[in-house]
Design a binder for this molecule. Structure first.
Ligand code: ATP
Ligand code: MG
Length: 952
C-alpha cells in the first residue's frame, strides 16, 4: 500500500484537485495530510489540522500503515478505501479527531456497487437460490469444493444474485476473486484469467513490465510454493519470460504450464483460507479459460473453494455428471414478486394499478426490462414524482411500452440530448468497458462538457463509473445497453470511431502495445483499417497459437484473410495471403477440421501460381497429398506427392522433401505397401537426422517431421513383423519427444509404439503407452491423434478382456473420424470395433462393422486394411451356422494371400491360426496341423505372444 501511494498516489490525488502531502512518520509509516496552496506549504490551521495533529499522527503511523485524518478522507473519499481507527484526542485541539487507515485505492466497482450508493432497486425474492448458494458455501468451507452454475436469460438477475450473496456477511476469512468474460473476448485466450491474476496481484495499468514482474515475484517469495509457477503466471500477464527452460517449451507445453500455474495458485490460496471464485458470463468465454475452469472443476472436491459461474441458456457445459456441480436456473420473477418489485420502483398509489398490470404483461417478470421501462416512463414524464413514489401523469391508455427491452433502451437513447447521445455512442465504440482517457481522445468535447455529459449518462443509469483510480473507467450498465447504443451508430461514424480508437490506443499504450493486440485487431477491423487489421489479426492469431488456443487462432487468421481481401492485390499482399493460408492449414489440421483444409489449399495454390512461388507451390502440393490421403483419395494423394517431390528436388529443399516422403508413405501403408514405406522412411530418417545433427533440439517443423517419420516407420515395421527394429525406433521417438517436443510430438510417439505392441499381440504393453497418449490428446486438444489413440486403446482393452470399455472407446473413435471427415483410417477402426463387438458376443453388429470395413477399403483400394478386414470376417463366420465355416475359410485364405503378398507377417500368423482352427473343427487334423505349425513358427520367429494369439 505504501509503495503504491509513494509511486503514484500523491500525483493522482493531486491531479484530481486534492491538495495533499505525504509525510513519512517518525516510525516510518506514512501520513497523508492535505495542504493548502500550490507550493505544498502545510497550512494546518487553515484546514483545521494542527501541527500537533501532524506530529501525533506521525507517531501513530507504524511501518506499512498509511494514516489520514477524517477531513482528508472526506475530500478523497471517492479515490480511497479506508478503515476507521477511531477518535484521537490531540493536545491543543478542543475536539477529538477521526483517524483512518488507508486500506485500498481505486478499487474497481461492480455495477451494483456503483449504483448502490445512489440506491439499488430493492432486491426481491430469490430466497431459495440464496439458500442453495449458502449451502454450497458451507460445504466448500468444510473442504468439499462446490461449483454452482447460475443460468438465466439476460437481465433476469444472475449478476444481482451473486452481488446479494457476496454482500451478505460472508463468513470471516473468505477470499473472493471475481472475473468475467466479455462479449468480444472469445478470440482473446485467457482474458478472464489474466484479468483475475491482475486483480489478485494488484496490478494496474500504470505498472510497467518490470513492476509486474516485481509484484508477482514478491508474492512468490512469500509463498515458496508459487516459485515454480512464476513463468506460467508471468506469461499469462504478458510479461516476457527469460527463463531458458521456459523458452525451450513449445506452445502446448507453455499452455499447460499456464493453465497449471493459475490452477495451482488458486488451489494454494484455498489452503490458506477458503476461496470463492466468481466467473460471470460463461456464454462469452474463450476455449482456454473454459479448459482451465474444466480442470479446476475436476480438482475442486478436495479443496475449500466455491466456484460460482453464470451464463445465459445458450451456453453448454459438461458438468452435469459431476456430483459437486449444481445448476440453478433463474426464472423470471413470478407475478407476486414482479408486483413487489413494482411497488419498490413505482410506489403504492392506487391509480398506478392499470399501469402495473400493463408492465407485468409486457415485461414478463424480467427485472431489467421492468427497471428500464420505468426509467423510460419517467424520462418521458408519463410518470412524475420520486423513485418509489411516482404518480401517473397521463391516462394509462396513452402510455407506450415497447415490446422488448432492446426497444425500450433504443427509445431511451434516442431521447437523449444530441451531444449526450453522441458521447454514449462514442463510448459504445470503445466497448462495454470505457477508458476515460480513450474516450477523451475520440469524443471531440471540451473537458467540462465531457464531464457533464458523463455525469448525465451516469445519472440516467446508462453508464456507471467502474473505476476511478489509477485510471478512470466507465462501464455500460448492462451488456444490452451497450449493444443497443452500439447498434444505433451509423456505419460511417462507427468506422471512423474505431479508426480513431486504434490511433488513440497506439499512442496511449505505446509502451505496452502487445497486451493490446486483440483490442487493436478488433478496432482496426471494424475501423476498416485493413492493412493494420491484417497485421494485428496475424499477431493475435500467432499469440493464440502460441497459447495453443487453436480455435481462436483460426478465427483470427480467417478474419485477417477477410481484411486482406479488401486491400489492393500486390505481390506483397499476395505473399501475406499465402502465408496466412498455410498457417491456417496447420491450425485446421490440429483441430481436425478437414473439410476446410481443401478450400485453403485451393486458394493457396492459386496465389502461389500467381506469384510463381515455387516453394509455396511445393508446400501446397505436399499438403494436398496429406489432405487427399485423409479423405481416402489415395491416387490423387500420390499424384500430388509426385509434384511436391519434383519441386522439392529442384529447389533442393530437404525439409519439404522429407515431409512429402512422409505423407507418401502414409499412403503406401494404407495400400499395404509396408515394405516400400519402410525403405523410404528409413532413408528419409537418415537424411533428417543428418540435417539436425549438431543443431539444438528445438520444437520446430523439423523435429515434428522427424517424429512423424519415426512413428510411421514404427508402424510399418510392425506391419512387417520386424518388431525389434520397430521397438527400437519407437523408443527412440519417445526419447526425442519427451524433453523437446510438442504435445503433438509426444502423442505421435506414443501412438506409434502403442500400435506396434497391438500388432505384436502384446496389448498389456500397449495399454500404458496409449493411456498416456490419450491423456496428452485430451489435455492439449491434439484432436488429430485422438481417434487413432482411442481406437488402438479400445482394441487393446478388448483384447485384455475389458471388452465394454474397448467398445466404448472404439465407438467414439469411429464417430469422431466420421465427424471430422477423416476417412483415411475409418476402415481400420471399424475392423477393431467389429472385433470388439465379436468378443462382446454382439455378433450381428460385428458383422455389420466387418462388412462396412471391407466395403470401404475395397472402394478405396486400401489392400493392407482389406486383408485385416477379411481376416476378421473369417473369425466371425467360423462360429456361425450360416453361411458356414467354408465361407470363413475362404475369407481367411483371401486374407492370407493378400497379407503374404505384402509381407504383413503378423497378419499372416493370424490367418494361419484361424485356418488351423477351422480345419480342426471340421476334423481335418492334417491340414490343421500344417497351418498351425507354420503359424507358430512364424509367430515365434517374430516374438509374438502365442498365448494372446491363441485366446484371440
Ligand atoms: N431479484 C431482483 N430484485 C430486484 N432487482 C433485480 C433483481 N434481479 C435483478 N434485478 C435488477 O435487474 C437488472 C438486471 O439484473 P442483472 O444484471 O443481474 O441481470 P443478468 O441476469 O446478470 O443479465 P446478463 O445475462 O445480461 O448479465 C439489474 O439492474 C438488477 O439490479
Ligand atoms: Mg450479468
Amino acid at each position: 500500500m505504501q509503495e503504491a501511494l509513494t509511486a503514484y498516489g500523491s500525483e493522482v490525488l493531486r491531479s484530481q484537485g486534492i491538495p495533499i502531502q505525504i509525510r513519512v512518520g517518525l516510525n516510518s509509516g506514512e501520513v497523508i495530510l492535505r495542504s493548502i496552496g500550490s507550493d505544498l506549504h502545510m497550512d494546518y490551521t487553515a484546514v483545521g489540522e494542527t501541527t500537533h495533529l501532524a506530529a501525533r499522527m506521525e507517531q501513530l503511523a507504524t511501518p506499512g500503515s498509511v494514516l489520514m485524518t477524517g477531513a482528508t478522507v472526506k475530500l478523497a473519499k471517492d479515490y480511497v478505501e479506508v478503515k476507521p481507527l477511531g477518535q484521537m484526542s490531540v493536545k491543543g485541539l478542543d475536539k477529538p479527531v477521526e483517524v483512518y487507515e488507508l486500506t485500498g485505492i481505486g478499487v474497481a466497482r461492480s455495477p451494483f456497487e456503483a449504483t448502490a450508493a445512489r440506491g439499488l432497486t430493492r432486491f426481491v425474492g430469490r430466497d431459495a437460490e440464496l439458500e442453495q448458494l449458502q449451502r454450497a458455501l458451507e460445504r466448500s468451507e468444510a473442504g468439499e469444493g462446490q461449483v454452482v452454475g447460475v443460468m438465466g436469460e439476460p437481465g433476469v438477475g444472475k449478476t444481482r444474485l451473486f452481488y446479494e450473496f457476496l454482500h451478505q456477511p460472508l463468513r470471516a476469512g473468505w477470499l473472493v476473486l471475481a472475473t468475467n468474460a466479455a462479449s468480444y473476448g472469445k478470440s482473446v485466450p485467457y482474458l478472464p484469467v489474466s484479468d483475475l491474476l491482475r486483480a489478485y496481484f494488484k496490478i494496474d495499468v500504470r505498472d510497467t513490465m518490470s513492476h509486474i514482474h516485481e509484484k508477482v515475484q514478491a508474492k512468490a517469495a512469500l509463498e515458496p510454493e508459487l516459485e515454480p509457477l512464476l513463468p506460467g503466471l508471468l506469461a499469462l500477464l504478458d510479461v516476457p519470460v527469460h527463463d531458458p527452460l521456459w523458452q525451450k517449451l513449445d506452445p502446448p507445453q507453455r499452455r499447460a504450464r499456464m493453465m497449471d500455474a493459475s490452477k495451482r495458485l488458486l488451489l494454494a490460496e484455498s489452503r490458506t483460507q477458503p476461496v470463492c471464485l466468481v466467473v460471470e458470463n460463461l456464454h462469452w468465454i474463450d476455449s482456454e479459460t473454459q479448459a482451465l475452469l474444466g480442470s479446476l472443476v475436476d480438482a475442486l472436491p478436495a479443496h475449500r473453494m466455491l466456484l460460482l459461474v453464470n451464463y445465459r441458456p445458450e451456453y453448454r457445459h459438461i458438468w452435469d455428471s459431476k456430483p459437486h456441480f449444481t445448476e440453478l436456473r433463474i426464472n423470471p420473477l413470478p407475478p407476486e414478486l414482479s408486483k413487489e418489485l413494482m411497488r419498490a420502483l413505482l410506489g403504492i398509489d392506487p391509480a398506478l394499478g392499470p399501469l402495473k398490470q400493463l408492465l407485468m404483461d409486457r415485461t414478463d417478470g424480467n427485472p431489467f426490462f421492468l427497471e428500464e421501462t420505468v426509467r423510460s416512463l419517467v424520462e418521458t414524464e408519463a410518470l412524475v414524482g420520486a423513485p418509489g413514489a411516482y404518480r401517473l401523469a397521463r391516462p394509462v391508455g396513452s402510455v407506450q411500452v415497447p415490446a422488448s427491452v432492446k426497444a425500450v433502451l433504443a427509445s431511451r437513447i434516442d431521447r437523449l440530448p444530441f451531444e449526450e447521445e453522441r458521447l454514449l455512442q462514442s463510448a459504445a465504440a470503445i466497448g462495454r468497458l470505457v477508458d476515460l482517457a480513450l474516450l477523451r481522445t475520440i469524443a471531440d468535447l471540451p473537458e467540462d462538457q465531457l464531464r457533464d455529459g458523463l455525469g448525465h449518462l451516469v445519472a440516467a443509469d446508462l453508464l456507471y463509473e467502474s473505476s476511478r483510480f489509477p485510471k478512470v473507467e466507465y462501464t455500460f450498465k448492462h451488456s444490452l445497453t451497450h449493444d443497443v447504443a452500439y447498434g444505433s451508430l451509423l456505419h460511417d461514424r462507427r468506422r471512423a470511431l474505431h479508426a480513431r480508437i486504434v490511433a488513440a490506443i497506439e499512442t496511449l499504450h505505446s509502451d505496452r502495445l502487445v497486451e493490446q493486440t486483440e483490442r487493436l485487431a478488433r478496432h482496426a477491423f471494424r475501423g476498416e483499417l485493413w492493412d493494420k487489421a491484417v497485421e494485428y489479426l496475424l499477431r493475435a492469431g500467432r499469440r493464440a497459437l502460441f497459447a495453443s488456443a487453436t480455435g481462436e487462432a483460426v478465427e483470427c487468421f480467417e478474419q485477417a484473410l477477410l481484411a486482406l481481401r479488401r486491400l489492393p492485390q500486390t505481390p506483397e499482399t499476395l505473399q501475406r495471403a499465402l502465408g496466412l493460408r498455410l498457417n491456417l492449414r496447420d491450425a485446421l489440421w490440429s483441430l481436425g477440421q478437414i473439410t476446410k483444409i481443401r478450400e485453403q489449399l485451393v486458394e493457396a495454390e492459386t496465389i502461389a501460381d500467381q506469384l510463381g512461388d515455387q516453394r509455396g507451390l511445393g508446400t501446397v502440393a505436399c499438403f494436398r497429398c496429406h489432405y487427399f490421403w485423409s479423405v481416402g483419395e489415395l491416387d490423387a494423394a500420390l499424384e500430388a506427392s509426385q509434384r511436391a517431390l519434383e519441386i522439392a528436388n529442384s529447389l533442393g529443399d530437404p525439409l519439404l522433401l522429407a515431409e512429402t516422403e512422409l505423407y507418401r508413405c502414409i499412403v503406401f501403408l494404407a495400400q499395404g505397401e509396408s515394405g516400400r514405406a519402410t525403405e523410404i522412411l528409413q532413408r528419409t530418417l537418415q537424411e533428417l537426422d543428418r540435417l539436425v545433427t549438431g543443431k539444438p533440439a528445438t520444437a520446430n517443423r523439423a523435429t515434428a517431421i522427424r517424429l512423424l517419420v519415426r512413428c510411421f516407420l514404427t508402424r510399418s515395421l510392425a506391419e512387417l513383423g520386424r518388431f525389434e527394429e520397430g521397438i527400437a525406433c519407437g523408443e527412440e521417438a519417445l526419447r526425442i519427444a519427451e524433453p523437446n517436443s510438442t504435445a503433438f510430438g509426444l502423442a505421435t510417439a506414443l501412438a506409434g509404439l502403442g500400435s506396434l505392441y497391438l500388432r505384436k499381440a502384446d496389448p498389456e504393453a500397449a495399454i500404458p503407452l496409449l493411456e498416456r497418449g490419450l491423456e496428452v490428446c485430451h489435455t492439449f486438444s491434439v484432436n488429430n491423434w485422438l481417434p487413432t489413440i482411442e481406437a488402438s486403446l479400445g482394441a487393446a482393452y478388448a483384447a485384455t478382456g475389458r471388452v465394454d470399455e474397448g467398445v466404448n472407446l472404439l465407438e467414439q473413435a469411429v464417430d469422431l473420424d466420421r465427424r471430422m471427415g477423416l476417412v483415411a483410417t475409418l476402415s481400420v477402426w471399424r475392423t477393431y470395433l467389429g472385433d470388439a463387438y465379436f468378443r462382446a458376443g454382439r455378433v450381428a453388429e460385428a458383422l455389420v462393422e466387418a462388412r462396412r470395413a471391407l466395403g470401404e477399403c475395397r472402394a478405396r483400394r486400401e489392400y493392407g486394411y482389406e486383408a485385416a478386414a477379411l481376416c476378421l470376417f473369417g473369425r466371425i463366420l467360423a462360429d456361425q451356422e450360416s453361411p458356414g465355416p467354408e465361407e470363413a475359410q475362404t475369407n481367411y485364405l483371401l486374407a492370407l494371400e493378400l497379407a503374404e503378398q505384402r509381407g504383413m507377417r503378423p497378419l499372416v500368423v493370424r490367418c494361419l491360426l484361424g485356418l488351423a482352427q477351422g480345419h480342426e473343427r471340421a476334423g481335418d487334423f492334417t491340414a490343421a496341423s500344417g497351418y498351425r505349425e507354420r503359424g507358430v513358427r512364424l509367430a515365434t520367429e517374430m516374438g509374438m505372444s502365442l498365448a494372446t494369439l491363441e485366446t484371440a
